[in-house]
Design a protein around this ligand. Structure first.
Ligand SMILES: Nc1ncnc2c1ncn2[C@@H]1O[C@H](COP(=O)(O)OP(=O)(O)OP(=O)(O)O)[C@@H](O)[C@H]1O
Ligand SMILES: [Mg+2]
Length: 500
């Protein structure tokens, strides 16, 4: 009996404990949760064990998986690629839809079309991207050969997500989800956030990421990056560098990608490290982008600084000369680069520029400067000044901060107040659905189309509206408390400008 049949035959009783044991008994032997291994090669050093079934594959998650199987998106579950604090990642093959799609492509035309099924994968056909080119380089798929997917399943434990709110709070796209205390909904938001960030990066086409396929509640399906022998592509941390030049190559590549992510995709990774980058076909792929934020997030620059620090720390450990964190930061956020020749969206032009123009950190003073840089409070723009900025300014720290904000960068970073009254952005969160229990409800599937239709105050119920308005009022009241008086702000800006 196939796994799908087993799922179909499953009856759900009131007694959850019973259901739990029933499902686990039925499927734990079918769903391979042990470390993924086909013929050879290991994936991750993390240990997968039976306990993961209880932790991650709870009855609810099983039902979401069933829905994905029923829709032909995924088929077999072949084992665990990684077990982590927040999520487990599993390997699966694409389902029948993808097979059918391959067949019909084979029959009709060589032309690259989004599959019927993946039409709601939301990968708008907005022109070829680098990522698409990547796909074109793949050997043509034989009829019957299935794509491989990585399935990231977020754990439904509350504790893990506790400190994660700060990444969602302050995100314009997720403002409706603030103060979301229902852990299941929080996880759903988290998975959607990762999906949306992946999609955004994938569509921009300047930085390789796994192709996002589908998201359903706490289950995210994406392209599986593999070495060709069934095992996952290595994390940068595990990558066997050929020589020192290759270490330098990936260092420059990483810095260029941080800039592209910021300037083109308008995102800061916010958990960038040698663990969250995979080397696939000689290129760096960013993964694990659930916590990535947009530049207008109040802490985006702090996250960016942290990313740079982590990356530098790793490459220094690898024994190469590194640049100062402050310089890299400036390189990333400056819209224009002095003496830049070539295409600013081109990876090798950027890498070339980095190699030639950034100055290697050598002396103790350079290190001391970075120490100061790490401890600085980062001001996003002069009009966003608050009391504490003013204090720091009077302490004489402000000049350095200002010099970090490339002048023309100011227009690049939207001011928080520009967003205050916007309620119908196309980038709006749609995860407020109360109905996340109904796994058969197709409309629950995340979709931009749907988002466009459902968003808008028209569909809000009265209580929600009241609460939203009340919250907005309170937020404004809070903001007023710390607001610098206009005349002080003016004076401050004037003073700063005259210091230039
Ligand atoms: N698309 C993919 N293709 C191949 N391997 C992947 C893919 N996505 C994730 N992995 C593997 O799974 C691991 C964990 O993925 P990810 O970093 O997204 O999860 P996580 O949220 O960091 O989990 P943790 O709680 O361990 O931090 C990665 O280090 C990588 O080895
Ligand atoms: Mg990770």
């Amino acid at each position: 009996m196939s796994l799908e049949d087993k799922f179909d035959k499953l009856t759900v009783h009131e007694d959850r404990e019973h259901v739990n044991t029933q499902i686990l008994d039925k499927f734990s032997d079918k769903i391979k949760t042990d470390e993924l291994s086909f013929s050879r090669g290991k994936t991750n050093k993390d240990k997968a064990n039976r306990a993961t079934v209880e932790n991650v594959l709870d009855p609810r998650t099983m039902r979401f998986l069933q829905a994905l199987m029923n829709r032909g998106i995924i088929s077999d579950f072949n084992g665990c690629i990684s077990t982590g604090k927040e999520a487990n990642v599993y390997h699966a093959f694409a389902g029948n839809k993808q097979l059918m799609n391959n067949n019909s492509q084979e029959q009709h035309t060589k032309e690259k079309l989004p599959s019927e099924d993946t039409a709601n994968l939301l990968l708008a056909d907005d022109g070829a991207t680098d990522n698409d080119k990547e796909d074109e380089n793949e050997p043509p798929k034989l009829v019957g050969q299935r794509d491989e997917y990585a399935i990231k399943i977020y754990k439904t434990s509350i504790l893990v997500f506790k400190d994660r709110e700060r990444y969602v709070d302050g995100e314009f796209r997720f403002r409706k989800s603030r103060s979301q205390h229902n852990p299941r909904k929080m996880i759903k938001i988290w998975a959607e956030k990762e999906f949306r960030n992946l999609k955004r990066i994938y569509q921009a086409g300047v930085i390789p990421v796994p192709k996002p396929i589908e998201v359903k509640n706490n289950v995210l399906v994406m392209q599986f990056l593999n070495r060709g022998d069934g095992s996952a592509s290595p994390r940068l941390r595990d990558y066997p560098y050929k020589d020192r030049d290759e270490i330098y190559h990936f260092y420059y590549n990483m810095i260029a990608d941080i800039r592209l992510l910021y300037q083109v995709c308008q995102l800061v990774h916010a958990d960038l490290s040698e663990y969250n980058t995979l080397v696939h076909k000689g290129r760096l792929f960013f993964i694990d982008v659930s916590q990535s934020v947009q530049p207008e997030h109040p802490m985006s620059l702090d996250f960016l600084r942290m990313d740079i620090k982590n990356v530098n720390f790793y490459f220094e450990k690898m024994g190469i000369d590194i640049f100062s964190e402050r310089l890299i930061f400036q390189f990333v956020i400056s819209e224009t680069l002095p003496n830049f020749e070539g295409d600013m969206n081109n990876l090798s032009d950027l890498m070339d520029y980095i190699k030639r123009n950034l100055i290697v950190k050598k002396t103790a003073e350079d290190e001391a400067e970075d120490e100061i840089f790490r401890s600085l409070y980062l001001v996003r723009n002069l009009t966003g000044l608050e009391e504490r900025d003013f204090d720091r300014f009077t302490e004489g720290k402000f000049d350095l901060l200002k010099s970090l904000l490339a002048h023309d960068n100011e227009k690049n970073i939207p001011h928080a107040e520009d967003f205050d009254d916007v309620s119908d952005s196309s980038d709006e969160e749609s995860s407020d659905s109360e109905d996340d229990d109904d796994e058969e409800n197709e409309s629950e599937k995340y979709s931009d189309e749907e988002e466009k239709v459902l968003k808008g105050k028209k569909y809000e119920d009265k209580d929600e509206k009241k609460q939203r308005k009340q919250e907005a009022k309170e937020a404004k009241r809070e903001k007023r408390k710390t607001k610098v008086k206009k005349h002080i702000k003016k004076k401050l800006i004037k003073k700063t400008k005259s210091k230039k």
